[in-house]
Write a protein that binds this ligand. Sequence first.
Ligand code: FAD
Length: 414
Amino acid sequence: MQIEHVDVLVIGAGPSGSVAAAILRKAGLDVRIVEKMKFPRFVIGESLLPRCMEALDDAGLINAIESKSFQKKYGAKFVKNGAVCDFTFKEQHTTGWTYTWQVQRADFDKTLADATEQMGVKIDYETTVTHIEFNGSDSVTTVVDAKGAEKKIAARFIVDGSGYGRVIPKLFGLDKPSSLLPRKTLFSHIKDLRRSMADEPNRITAVVHQPGTWIWIIPFSTGLTSVGFVGEPSFFEQFDGNPDQRFRAMLESEPHTKERFRDMEFAFEPKTLEAWSASTEKFYGEGFVLTGNVTEFLDPIFSSGVTLATVSSQTAAHLVIKKLKGETVDWEKEYMEPTMQGVNVFRSYVMAWYEGTLDKIFFSKNPNPAIKQQICSVLAGYVWDQSNPFVAQHDTALKRLARTIELTEKINEE
Ligand code: FAD
């Protein structure tokens, strides 16, 4: 059987795979990506965070994206019963990027992959990893192409950026159940003819529909807007009919979406996804590192997915370069800990969102501007800035603040 040799094999050509491959290639390594699908392919995850710009920049991929006229995103807005809490990334605690993009991922991911290919990374599309054999840190991976032909790729290191495919965790039994409840979504892209140009389309809107259920509204530069309901599976059971009818009934049941999206055309039949949260025992091993969604994926509420995917890849790629130069890498300290730091800060915010703690903060009567800027930095993806108390004490600061707001508002009412 044919056997090819590379320095690094990257599994998956999502944002995680492209960022890792581009950084590795820039360091002069021979890199190959194997990707199961033919691109462009649909994937959800359309609203980015400013922090991911640093990873895209390091990978040399910003210009390719900048040239695409994607919708610029400057903030995030939360809405509940007509009350609005608006965050603008310019007004944040951490010094960093103040904008990012809202993208149709098929186009975004293909743009990243094409730019990575132009740097000299060969991408084998419609090629699925079926088996990996490690010999120390060297490996031989078996892949199968669309015609069923097998080949082997020998590599000095593997970066697994296979997203929901979770190739190495599945092959080597590293999957771990998520600590979050399983949730479900029904979503589509809607022809948004009644879009307000006043405070949109340059931000994401998250609407609290009812306790535990919310809606994302992500406008694109194409005139389409991505809209999705997210909640526990039981929420979706009250709606009958086909996906189109159920989605229209949901939009009609929420005052914020009712008029805007009534009778609007859907770009595709609404899609369902379910139980996406996943976790992994450890994010590295001899001869491999896991990046992006393969590490841990939490929840869509704060649009953290692509940021955690690209930042983990950025960190991993630099460590792989170090390792292949013969230097020592402390994977636990240099990779697992910072990656978990990002995941854990977002986990606290996701839990606070579903518990209603963040509602109390976002919709409080007199928000403290300095605190709002600190929370804004988390919403921009700057979850490694220990000078921010809402990062450093992410597990306690939100609950404490919500309690203080509750007490103050009670006293003011009396
Ligand atoms: P992916 O983008 O999934 O790419 C992995 C690639 O690996 C795929 O192309 C796949 O085909 C390939 N692959 C899989 N198995 C194999 C195999 N065996 N061999 C070869 N290739 C393989 N994130 C955000 O940042 N913003 C959002 O607004 C957002 N909204 C979301 C809404 C929902 C409902 C959900 C579920 C997620 C959302 N996310 C969002 C998360 C986002 O989808 C992911 O975090 C992001 O796509 C992860 O990127 P990745 O590169 O790790 O994986």
